[in-house]
Design a protein around this ligand. Structure first.
Ligand code: PLP
Length: 404
């Protein structure tokens, strides 16, 4: 197995990656960008991935949907992660073709017809989520497996709905079953000869580690009612990123809550534990370098907006502002970071749409002017993933910055 993995690793082509700079100031100085640039901080991404992989008591997948940009995926892969939570066939294809030794887990509970079969046959996917009997029937038909030993190798994760408090974005009203219905579906999975497993999602940006324990209590109920041997627990994503002003406890508190809950609830000790963080692995390591197109007194128009990298700013009750650094040219043609007195500005995106504005005024230097740059930090999650080409703007330039 180790030899096979080593061989597969060698097959995965080396890529040159984005242009590298020691600091953001040097990147701006060299590029003088008038279009947005995503700055990747490899040290931060490596740290997030490695600390998750060493701290979480099981297998860490990366939820590709949070940010599927290849330069980021390459850094996550390079940090050692090999398991990916993929939500669609294009995501499976992206990962399977890019990393020969990666494992894709198809964790969307409803799938476009035909994609389960293609993922199984063409890309070797062996884990799938479901939350109803129809999807189980589709899985059975599309994989068309006849051998009992091969059926057993397919893990079918029944998605539970775990309405617990603590997340900025709930993810339990659209998908998931209560424990009793979950138990019924688990039995059906087992009766068909597949390996039954459980999954849930406590909601994105969950600031309460106890939510995972409460969700695992639902799992225990479902397992007890089903009376089947479980092949795994996937505690989903939802782990926070340390945005300014967000009272998120340290990640170790989450790992401890999950580890302790597993023991205290006497969940089957042999059933592997998995998680599928998106935000926690990619938010901190990416910033968006934007430029002021025009200042009109207390209003500024920048070259990126809610149709580009800042979609999350439009979410109901989203009160997080990304940290900012501002850069200006000096007379010597150098670019420097500036501090000094600040004032509140209304910030608009570059499109003609009135809705394209930041929801709250933000504080920036009083002397901010046309063609200065604003770096918005910690925008790695659900930014590039949700950008559009509305009005012809589509941010897609990437650089690497060696700062810690
Ligand atoms: C099934 C599933 N897994 C994982 C994630 C990643 O969540 P997060 O970025 O909050 O960790 C999501 C986010 O929507 C999801 O729906």
């Amino acid at each position: 197995m180790a030899t096979k993995k080593a061989a597969a690793s060698a097959d995965t082509p080396k890529r040159s990656g984005p242009q590298r700079f020691p600091t953001v100031a040097r990147a701006i100085e060299a590029l003088r960008p008038s279009l947005p640039v995503y700055a990747l901080y490899p040290k931060r991404i490596t740290k997030s991935v490695k600390s998750f992989m060493s701290g979480f008591p099981g297998t860490t997948m990366y939820a590709v949907k949070a940010n599927p940009a290849p330069p980021l995926l390459d850094l996550i892969y390079k940090a050692g992660l090999r398991d990916f939570d993929t939500a669609s066939l294009p995501e499976v294809k992206l990962i399977a073709e890019r990393y020969k030794d990666a494992t894709c887990h198809f964790m969307a509970p409803i799938r476009i017809r035909g994609t389960t079969g293609e993922a199984y046959r063409k890309y070797g996917v062996r884990s799938f989520a479901i939350d109803d009997e129809t999807e189980l029937k589709h899985l059975d038909e599309e994989t068309g497996i006849t051998l009992a030993s091969e059926r057993k190798q397919v893990k079918v994760f029944v998605r539970l709905s775990t309405p617990v408090d603590g997340a900025f974005l709930e993810l339990s009203s659209k998908f998931g079953l209560d424990a009793a219905d979950g138990a019924v579906l688990l039995k059906k999975v087992a009766a068909l000869g597949f390996t039954p497993a459980l999954t849930f999602h406590v909601g994105s940006l969950c600031i309460r580690p106890l939510a995972y324990r409460q969700a695992l209590e639902f799992c225990r109920e479902a397992v007890e009612m089903a009376g089947v041997e479980l092949g795994g627990f996937d505690v989903g994503g939802g782990f926070p990123a340390p945005y300014p002003g967000v009272p998120a406890p340290p990640m170790n508190d989450y790992f401890k809550a999950i580890r302790d809950a597993r023991k205290a609830l006497r969940l089957p000790p042999k059933a592997p534990l998995l998680c599928e963080p998106g935000r926690a692995l990619c938010a901190e390591g990416i910033s968006a370098i934007t430029q002021v197109i025009r200042r009109k007194e207390g209003r500024i128009y920048i070259n990126d907006g809610v149709y580009g990298s800042f979609d999350e700013m439009t979410l109901p009750d989203w009160n997080i502002d990304y940290p900012r650094r501002v850069y200006m040219r000096t007379g010597a043609g150098k670019v420097v970071e500036v501090g000094g007195p600040r004032r509140a500005y209304r910030v608009y995106g570059p499109t003609c749409d009135t809705l394209d504005k930041m929801p709250r005024p933000i504080l920036l230097p009083t002397n901010l002017g046309d063609e200065d740059w604003i770096e918005f930090g910690m925008v790695g999650a659900y930014s590039a993933a949700l950008r559009t080409a509305f009005n012809g703007f589509y941010p897609d330039q990437w650089v690497e910055v060696q700062e810690a």
